[in-house]
Design a protein. Sequence first.
Length: 608
Amino acid sequence: MEEDQIIEERKRKVKAFFTNNYNWVAYVILAIIVYLSVRIRTANLSKLKDVTTGTWTLGPDLDPFLFLRWAKYIVEHGSLYVIDSMRYVPLGFPTKWELLLHPYMMAWFHKLLFALGLSDSITYSAIVYPVFFFAITVVAFFLLVRKIFVDSLGNAKSNIVALIASFFLTIIPALLPRTIAGIPEKESAAFFFLFMAFYLFLSAWKAKKIRNQIVLSVLAGAFSAGMSLVWGGSAYVFLIISPAVLISFIFGSTDKKKVLIYLIWVFSSFVLMYPFSLRYTPINLISSTTTGVSVFVLFAILVHMAIFETRLNGYYNSSKASKIPPKIFSFLVSIVLVVVLASLIFGLNFVPEKINGVLNDLVTPATSRLIQTVAENRQPYFKEWESSFGPHIKDVALTFWLFFFGSIYLFYSVIKMFSKKEKLVLTMAYFIFLFSLIFSRYSSESVFNGTNGISLMLYAAGFLVFLITTGCFYYKNYRAGQESKFVEIDFGIILLFIFFLLCVVSARGAVRLIMMLVPSASIMVGYFTVALFNYAKKATDATAKMIAWCVFCIVLIAVAFSGYTYYNVSISEAAGLGKRKHPTKCGIWALVGLWILVAKYWRKSDGS
């Protein structure tokens, strides 16, 4: 009897530990994931020594040699030359037209390693530079995913979603070529800035104290500028945060404090971008399709305040325009004003050219002969980029279908404030939108080849169906005085969906951008796994409960099998060899340990 009491007491203590320390448990698992990311990305380290000289050398990629040459000069002289005489001979190339933070960070990273006695060669420092940045990128990604879901799922479940997503981010091979040792590409550092910018902006948006909102907004702007000074893909920051704020504004979730957060973010981003690159002049920042979106959203919010917080509100209420929801009215007025102002300042062709450029980017982004000479710029078909999201079982790409249905399930869960019928209609509209976005460019032999009439009709129809359906529901609820329903939609989830959908467009746009879909796809996989478990556990109907548990088990097996397969593929690709017994065995045990910890953590912390 006494022995049983001792066992029960131990169980109680273990349960109390996991319940009260779930964050620390999550950090332990996160440390394992970071370790795996480093192990995979250094599997080729022994092969980066020149067999003739015994010195270190970079991997087989061209751009990193330019960055290394610049970093060496910065280390030796303290700063980079104004004109690079080795480019565009004999005129040379003004280096300030490039994004120079990347080679400067390589130089600073070497100085740090040298001071710590970890490197005596800048080439070696450049070799391990992408590995270091990916390791801290995994941490930043974990923090972002947890922040997105913490309000809707709670601390424990949001931690689990973040852990699964971080694990898949680490092992999916599509990211490997840009983050492996020996290839210090821009993207290796850019992803860290991207996730930190999102995390800090989301933290500012959800912060309660004005001081925290201001500080976090400035930091988000600093990381946004940092990404802009590292990689041209900084467009993702502005094309995701700004539309998310616009949608939040239309839904009625944006008060004056949040407008201030957004204003500080835009201002601090632009101020920190301008001095360090000739690309970011004030005119370019305003007229660019990417950064200009941020200015337009801010302009639209200010126009709304000018109309509805002044005497102009009376004219609106007494006119026929009052039938239009105020936020939509302000948005339409802003479009008209921007078109007029842009035409006056930049010429009558400016707006049509921008619209044509956006349409080209959505349909055929890589058309010039010069661009298509580089294989990674080629526009892929679905059957090509889908292969990056396997593994395949009888032509079924497991990870692809996990994130496909995961995003649909998340959308259905987000609109829980609507009636069941409304949820089904809206979810079906989203399904049609997502289906058309992905499958309208299926293969070159298919009817849907992405460029013929029926493909373009499907592509446009999906967008129009979703826009019209959500617009009708928005207007219906506005007329019924129930537009407050939309306020309940979490800003972090809006941010995630825009990130996901924009990255789907990117994946079908260019081979080199398939990697951009990896982060949001990983999040969808993590969410789908946790959400299905949650639903199965809470289901009350016996039949529904049994079906839910069966579906969850299938998904869990698919997730585990995908993780195991991805690890093997990544370690083999990284090593540049076939399957190697020792690393694979290590990977298996690490994966098993990870799942055991997650299982214990999940069971013990469920009460939270």
